[in-house]
Design a protein around this ligand. Structure first.
Ligand code: GLC
Length: 535
């Protein structure tokens, strides 16, 4: 059995200082040769994750789904889609992970269901005014004959957030039209999700990643969003680079309503009722560090993704500000901070930092600085291989936002993982079965096989950094005692651990000390785009 009392693993509050590895289920490992990753594929690769040195994995939705948003459109929350396996496969995955000392976090999607969910199908059949419709956000249209949407809200994936059904009513979908928003003011909705939580807790999962946690409730009036002249009404998540990262302060009657916190108080009680080692982490694209902190008050969720770290530009001062502001925001509520550089919704960080050799050097440096910080780091599959965003050909794109807007979308960070071999599918699946998004030839030099045991490879860098984190960062306490910028160099102290990150263009002398970890080899100077830990 797993030894979760190991002090390094953190005992019941293991998640306060964890490294969590995000598995995008479609793209991690394919066991049956249909070109799509699945649960047995994940199980077969768990030893890899254990050896990498992470504490937990978060698995993106594998529930029954028509896959219009690749599982974030759930038709049955308590079953596994045949594409990915069976409930028995989920049991086997959880059991094997625990044997290997790995915790398992599953994804929960409470803002919307799939349009193929029995509730939505019943709502369509039952018609206006029915209790079945009252589980969703059906409204009459505006304009003289109701032929215009009820308000001006836009979908995160582009276009209006409303779709009209045959009898003339409209339903709200802040994402794709196949993802109708639930009405959380209807008590049936909260009861259903409590059952879902308990179902997966009974299966032994260690936590939940809460999708669109700042959604769920909408301002009751459903008033228009106030937009600047010339600005398109939007749901405030997607940036011009389609990375779902817009944190400008704006009027958002569709997000972050005060009532949502009652939901998380209820969930916190449910989690506590099964033991004190279960956790929940919010995906909440809130507008300020303070509004993010509200989700992690002691009786609410445990953590929230800190997208500010991911959004920071490449500069010592930006990174310093994010560290200081994040720690200041979570301290008053006693929560542990989180850090994230990549996920399945954003451009991979090697590419964000410019791509190529320099992008990779910066990505490794930012990763090493992140791993020194107190709290939890969330990694995204493939970043340990130094993968870049792939330029997916238009005919291969599958992101619903591509279909709604004609703009690139998120497929480029979702290309299946290269495990080994010289050509696609690079060991992703058995035989020659090609993956659901084609892999580029450049993956050849980046496979797990090609990097294993190779000094200086990104994979060996991650392994060493994660080991160094256990040895040198975790025992160094939970405080950042110093955060200062000199020239272009950020210096952070966590207890006896000193971290230097050179964001400039010239080398600087390396201060005295023992090098405990570095993002690339250093001598007596700290080169540009490099991070080092000194003891
Ligand atoms: C979250 C997910 C994203 C999904 C959206 C709708 O932001 O991370 O992938 O498309 O929610 O569920």
């Amino acid at each position: 059995m797993a030894d979760f009392n190991d002090p390094i693993q953190g005992g019941p509050t293991w998640w306060r200082n964890a490294v969590v590895y995000q598995v995008y289920v479609r793209s991690f490992a394919d066991s049956d040769g249909d070109g799509i990753g699945d649960l047995p594929g994940i199980t077969s690769r768990l030893p890899y994750l254990r050896d990498l040195g992470v504490d937990a994995l978060w698995i993106t939705p594998f529930y029954t789904s028509p896959q219009h948003d690749h599982g974030y459109d759930v038709a049955d929350y308590t079953d596994v889609d045949p594409l990915f396996g069976t409930l028995g496969d989920a049991d086997a995955l959880i059991a094997r992970a625990h044997e290997l000392d790995l915790r398992v976090i599953v994804d929960l999607v409470p803002n919307h269901t799939s349009d193929e969910h029995v509730w939505f199908q019943a709502a369509l059949a039952a018609g206006p005014g029915s209790p079945e419709r009252a589980r969703y956000m059906f409204r009459e249209g505006s304009g003289p004959d109701g032929s215009l949407p009820p308000n001006n809200w836009g979908s995160v994936f582009g276009g209006p957030a409303w779709t009209r059904v045959d009898d003339g009513e409209w339903y709200l979908h802040l994402f794709d039209s196949t993802q109708p928003d639930l009405d959380w003011r209807n008590p049936e909705v909260g009861d259903m999700f409590e059952d879902v939580l308990r179902f997966w807790l009974d299966k032994g999962v260690d936590g939940f990643r809460v999708d669109v946690a700042h959604g769920l409730y909408k301002e009751e009036s459903l008033r228009d969003q106030v937009v600047e002249e010339g600005e398109r009404p939007s749901s405030g998540q997607v940036n011009s680079d389609h990375s779902m990262v817009s944190l400008e302060l704006k009027d958002e009657p569709m997000w972050d309503q005060p009532e949502v916190h009652d939901v998380y108080r209820r969930w916190s009680a449910v989690l506590d009722s099964v033991g004190d080692d279960r956790m929940a982490v919010a995906e909440a694209w809130t507008q300020t560090p303070e509004s993010m902190a509200a989700f992690v008050r002691p009786d609410e969720l445990d953590q929230a993704f800190n997208f500010a770290w991911l959004l920071a530009e490449w500069s010592a001062e930006s990174f310093r500000e994010v560290v200081v502001d994040t720690l200041a925001a979570v301290a008053p509520v006693g929560a542990s901070p989180t850090w994230v550089l990549s996920n399945h919704d954003v451009v991979r960080h090697v590419t964000r930092y410019g791509g190529g050799e320099q992008g990779l050097a910066r990505a490794r440096a930012a990763t090493l600085a992140m791993l020194a910080l107190p709290g939890s780091s969330y990694l995204y599959q493939g970043e340990e291989l130094g993968l870049e965003q792939v330029d997916v050909a238009p005919e291969d794109r599958q992101d619903p936002s591509w279909f709604r807007t004609g703009e690139v979308g998120r497929d480029g960070c979702r290309v299946p993982i290269p495990w080994g071999g010289d050509s696609a599918p690079f060991g992703f699946g058995p035989g020659e079965a090609q993956p659901w998004i084609p892999q580029p030839d450049e993956f050849k030099g980046l496979t797990v096989e090609a990097q294993t045991g190779v000094a200086g490879s990104t994979l060996e860098f991650y392994r060493a950094a994660l080991a160094a984190r256990r040895t040198h960062a975790l025992p160094a306490g939970d405080e950042v005692t110093h955060a200062a910028v000199t020239g272009d160099v950020l210096e952070l102290h966590r207890g006896a651990l000193r971290v230097l990150l050179n964001c400039g263009t010239t080398s600087v002398p390396l201060p005295e000390g023992t090098v405990l970890a570095s993002s690339r080899s250093v001598t007596d100077v700290l080169p540009p785009d490099t991070c080092v830990w000194l003891g």
